[in-house]
Design a protein around this ligand. Structure first.
Ligand code: NAD
Ligand code: DAU
Length: 339
């Protein structure tokens, strides 16, 4: 089989590419990525040069380029990770989120139709369901929970999900969608909470916690997300949505304190800053469908996964210091100056 992974130089797509190249030596794995600020070729170092792997630089919104690539490669499966993924950036500048996260998906699906791709898999997010109250721990997101978005990012991902389902119903395109909770692990770009806390704590810099740090996220170790997607593209039912999550709910403050403790750093580094506008209170997934239908079982609890993640950042300083010492400094100053 020939599998296209878009956005494979990013955090989750990169981890997925590593897994697929090593798990299926008989398959051809092609990564396509525009290498935006979030894409990093160093993330693909572990697979670069392997016989069943190749990398192409390009834009999922560039119709001519995508059609040429699909005509040449004749992919069997397309897994779309390519996206603008950071909520705070979507609040600052929504336009690029609509272009990449919606129009890019249309371009990819048109090419799938034209060149007979059997399965288009859209990597989506729990954020399409909006948020849950903090005082109702009994409530979870199910696949039929209504779409109810809060940020330009989540609205763009929800729009894409609807378009994917429309292409299935109208044109009969083979599709699946996965909606996952917050990921963490190796190769996570340090604008996101967990790698931001690790990298700043190691430099003894202040840790910005939005609001009171009470918001809750449902954390999943990245390779558990990747193994779920692998099951869905092989055995998932056409036209279906699958929720992915491991029941690892933590408040942001708990996450930050856990990391500071593991690194032997003082909680005095914590600085409460102005809240994110429209900040979702709590996400929590019900993964029963993928567990029952496809037999997916996550390997890591948060307590183990976070220690593994911290170890990775300690052992791979080059990967993230290249990022935080570059253009990222301007981003941080711009984003946090008024908080
Ligand atoms: P990321 O920002 O780390 O990676 C995105 C990748 O897409 C980058 O390599 C970037 O260069 C590439 N890209 C952006 N625009 C492109 C374009 N026009 N053409 C080609 N490539 C382009 O994101 P991530 O955290 O790895 O998320 C991957 C996917 O998973 C996204 O669709 C996101 O919505 C979804 N998701 C993320 C999480 C999470 O916790 N990070 C959870 C659930 C779902
Ligand atoms: O739930 C899945 C989503 O998880 C994905 O769809 C998104 O692509 C991904 O970025 C992530 O979104 P979040 O907004 O939840 O992740 P982030 O790491 O930006 O923030 C996690 C929580 O931490 C959130 O409640 C905001 C808070 N936060 C974040 C940053 C960057 C802080 O308190 N301080 C910070 O500096």
């Amino acid at each position: 089989m020939k599998i296209l992974i878009t956005g494979g130089a990013g955090f989750i797509g990169g981890n997925f590419a590593h897994m697929m190249v090593n798990r299926y030596p008989e398959d051809q794995i092609v990564v396509l990525d525009l290498l935006t600020y979030a894409g990093n070729l160093e993330t693909l170092d572990p697979v670069m040069g392997k016989e069943n792997f190749s990398f192409v630089k390009g834009d999922i919104c560039d119709r001519e380029f995508i059609e040429d690539l699909f005509a040449k490669e004749q992919f069997d499966i397309v897994v779309n990770f390519a996206a603008e993924s950071h909520v705070d950036r979507s609040i600052e500048d929504p336009g690029i989120f609509l272009r990449t996260n919606i129009m890019g998906v249309q371009v990819l699906m048109d090419a799938c139709r034209k060149y007979g791709v059997k399965r288009f898999h859209q990597v989506s997010t729990d954020e399409v369901y909006g948020d849950l109250p903090l005082d109702r721990p009994d409530l979870l997101f199910h696949e039929d929970t209504p779409i109810h978005t809060s940020s330009p990012y989540s609205a763009s991902k929800a729009a894409a999900d609807l378009l994917v389902l429309a292409y299935h119903r109208t044109y009969g395109l083979g599709v699946t969608i996965s909606r996952c909770s917050n990921n963490y692990g190796p190769y996570h770009f340090p604008e996101k909470l967990i790698p931001l806390v690790i990298s700043r704590a190691l430099a003894d810099e202040s840790i910005p916690v939005y609001g009171e740090g009470a918001n809750v996220r449902d954390w999943l170790y990245v390779t558990d997300h990747c193994s779920a997607i692998d099951l869905i593209i092989r055995n998932g039912r056409d036209g279906e949505v699958y929720n992915i999550g491991g029941h690892n709910e933590k408040s942001n403050l708990d996450v930050v304190k856990t990391i500071l403790k593991a690194l032997g750093k003082s909680e005095d580094l914590i600085t409460f800053v102005k809240d994110r506008p429209g900040h979702d209170l709590r996400y929590a997934m019900d993964p029963e469908k993928i567990e029952n239908e496809l037999g997916w079982v996550p390997e890591y609890r948060f307590e183990e996964g976070i220690q593994k993640t911290i170890r990775w950042y300690l052992d791979n300083r080059d990967w993230w210091t290249h990022i935080v010492n570059g253009e990222y400094r301007n981003y941080y100053e711009r984003m946090y100056a008024d908080r």
